[in-house]
Design a protein around this ligand. Sequence first.
Ligand code: THU
Length: 139
Amino acid sequence: MKSSPTPAQLQKLKAAAKTAAGRAYAPYSKFHVGAAVLTASGKIYSGCNVENASYGLTNCAERTAIFSAVAAGGKKLKLACVVVYTPTKTATAPCGACRQVIYEFGPDVRVISVCAGRDEIDVSIGALLPGAFGPADLA
Ligand code: THU
C-alpha cells in the first residue's frame, strides 16, 4: 500500500461512509452500505448503494462513491483509500465488481471496512483482487 490516510482523514472517511449508508436506497435487500474514498489530492467523495426494481441494475456504495469522484472531474483519479461502512456486527468487504472498479483507480489502494460493531477489515486491493486485470494490460 503506497499511501495511507492520516488519522484525521481516516476519521473523516469513516464518518462520511457512515453518513452515506444512511442515504442508501435499499428497499429490496434492506442492506444499507456507505462508502467514502480519499483521492491522492486529498479530496473525499462518498456514495451509497442504489437498488432498483430490476435488481441487476443495483449500484454498490463503493462504485457510487468512485463514480462521483470521476464525475467531479477526476479523470485522472487516483485513490488513496476506500472506506466501507455497514450497520452490521461484522465488516463487509467490497463485492467482486467493486474490487475491479477500485483497482482501476487505485492498484495500491488500502481498503478498510468498518461496521457498527468492533470488527474491521484493513487490506490492500491487491490482497482482495490478486492477479487483477487493469489499465496496464491494455497499454
Ligand atoms: N452492496 C454494496 O453496496 N457494496 C458491496 O460491496 C456489497 C453489496 C449492496 C448491493 C445491494 O444493494 C446490497 O448491498 C445487497 O447486496
